[in-house]
Design a protein around this ligand. Structure first.
Ligand code: ADA
Length: 559
């Protein structure tokens, strides 16, 4: 698959998914034995895209695995694109090293120039092992699938190559027009040459520039879009922007909207909005993170039916197809990197952790910048924000994100808000708290909010908007009871209803993301997570509703 609209008219793109040769490398000897030159004989087949753990016998295989296949290169210049490989990948073509990529949920590509037309051999090493400094770490509460989880593509390039397009806008005061800024990265693949670059907006050519192209050129356009319709919740007005050279082109879709926060509230297009949301793992028991598009649409329909206007992509960048669907359906999205807590202070102090985080944020923002549905960047989740090291990390990430994108809101999810010393470095405060499940009953919410008011004042953040980024409890699907006892559907439904009531009553909360949409497989021990799943879904893993789905629906539809 790939984007849900046509990105290219001139460029031909072919998927090289399907069955690849596959072999596990538990001892990690493939590199020293140069498997990229001599691939072992006794291989299996693995489908791309997929998570290898869901093939029979590989459920608990974590570590290194190798993939290989022949590819048919039909043009002298091309681009080899991987839309996602969990979590670290190294790539060779005909035994020659092309490069590596860290981070399992974003795409990466290699430019191939002056290639011989014909069959070539592509070898990929994928490593999903983890420790305390990897993102995600070895204790994160979801399943650590491995594999080439998204499509692999070969783009045929001619003499020029448009590698990216960044589109930003500034709305006029009355929201009916906008200044639009388009920045394309374009290179010539055959040495310096003159090129006409055209810009199309909403199906019409609106500008042209003649440029001497070299290895890498930033080409900028600026124009006014008049009489526009805003992109809004349930009003997904999208506009296509396209840049083109004589033999390449790149299109993307944008929406005009403004997200802001002031005086304890969040505003979309000038109107105060209550965020009615769920946290969602892009995971399904049969497919893992290689999530099929048909099921994405179903998830979205279920979520819309619930009365939601937003989703948190907990806890990693979601696939491009899902973001396209959100753009097309007018649903707000919170996108984050897999920096999930429980690291010790000593681990947080290791420079590699921060450098990975900064790198992954940069990639996420650059790749997803144009999506109107994304209104929130999430910096991290439940890290040790009572300690100075977290202040340093949060400040650095916050400043980086602001420099990359000043048009969206930035936050992080804290599970220690009442003692958190990082709150200065976020645009609004997002709280994870599980009264009714971990410690205290739902009657504890009131006292908690009173305590927060005092702490926020002390921290000088009392004007910031506050949302509940996680709350909930577990229920086993089909487990019913007359008594209000834990793990029953009734208990979970009551917990969520009472919590949402308490949030509204507090007068402090302007958004709620239920933890979570559907039960999702986890790496945590079964003694901690029954069945090997995080069972706090309001649907089970096959998307069958629990009683809590209807309880939340009743609340959300009234809000
Ligand atoms: C945390 C975490 C979630 C999940 C949840 C839970 O808040 O952010 O990923 O692990 O706790 O179920 O306990």
């Amino acid at each position: 698959m790939g984007r849900l609209f046509k990105e290219h008219d001139k460029r031909q793109v072919v998927s090289i998914g399907g069955f690849w040769r596959f072999i596990e490398d538990a001892e990690g000897k493939g590199e020293s034995e140069e498997w990229f030159k001599n691939f072992p004989e006794n291989t299996e087949k693995m489908f791309v895209p997929s998570c290898w753990n869901l093939s029979l016998g590989k459920f608990e295989y974590f570590g290194i695995a190798w993939y290989q296949r022949e590819i048919d290169i039909t043009s002298k210049n091309s681009l080899l694109e991987f839309e996602g490989a969990l979590s670290y990948a190294k790539v060779w073509l005909d035994g020659e090293y092309l490069g590596d990529h860290y981070g399992g949920y974003t795409s990466f590509a290699f430019k191939l120039t002056n290639m011989e037309i014909g069959i070539h051999t592509l070898t990929v090493m994928v490593d999903n092992s983890a420790d305390d400094t990897t993102l995600p770490s070895d204790v994160a509460d979801w399943y650590r699938y491995g594999g080439i989880i998204r499509d692999v593509k070969l783009h045929n390039l001619g003499n020029t190559y448009i590698s990216s397009m960044h589109i930003s806008h500034e709305l006029s005061e009355n929201n009916d027009s906008a200044r639009v800024f388009v920045k394309g990265n374009i290179s010539s693949l055959i040495g310096e040459r003159q090129e006409n670059i055209t810009l199309n907006f909403d199906g019409k050519e609106i500008a042209k520039k003649t440029i001497t192209l070299g290895d890498e050129n930033a080409v900028e356009f600026e124009f006014s879009a008049e009489n526009i319709n805003l992109w809004d919740i349930g009003a997904p007005n999208l506009y296509t922007v396209k840049i083109a050279t004589s033999d390449d082109d790149l299109a993307d879709r944008i929406g005009f909207r403004r997200i802001e926060t002031k005086e304890n509230k969040i505003f979309l297009n000038g109107k105060s909005v209550f965020l009615k949301g769920v946290n969602r793992h892009e995971d399904h028991p049969e497919f893992g993170n290689a999530f099929p598009v048909s099921l994405m649409q179903k998830d979205l329909d279920i979520i819309r039916n619930l009365g939601c206007n937003t989703i948190r992509g907990s806890h990693y960048p979601n696939s491009k197809e899902f973001l396209d669907l959100l753009d097309e359906n007018g649903i707000l999205f919170w996108s984050e990197i897999p920096m999930w807590g429980e690291q010790s202070v000593e681990t947080l102090e290791k420079p590699i952790l921060l450098s990975r985080a900064l790198y992954m944020h940069t990639e996420m923002v650059n790749q997803y910048f144009n999506h109107p549905s994304i209104v929130i960047w999430g910096m991290h989740n439940e890290i040790e924000t009572k300690e100075q090291i977290a202040v340093d990390i949060t400040e650095k990430i916050y400043k980086l994100l602001k420099s990359l994108d000043s048009s969206r809101l930035i936050t992080y999810a804290t599970d220690r808000a009442e003692k958190d010393i990082c709150l200065k470095y976020c645009d609004f405060i997002s709280i994870n708290k599980y009264f009714g499940w971990y410690g205290g009953g739902t009657d504890a919410w009131k006292g908690f909010f009173d305590e927060l008011k005092v702490w926020f004042k002390k921290q000088g953040v009392e004007e910031k908007a506050v949302i509940m980024s996680e709350f909930g409890g577990a229920a086993l699907y089909g487990n019913h009871t007359f008594d209000n006892i834990k793990w029953s559907e009734e208990y979970q439904a009551n917990l969520l209803s009472e919590s949402i009531d308490a949030f509204i009553e507090s007068g402090m909360v302007c958004g709620t993301y239920v933890w979570h949409f559907a039960d999702a497989r986890t790496i945590r021990p079964v003694t901690d997570r029954a069945r090997g799943f995080n069972n706090k879904g309001i649907l089970n893993e096959y998307r069958k509703p629990k009683a809590s789905y209807f309880a939340v629906q009743e609340k959300y539809q009234k809000l």
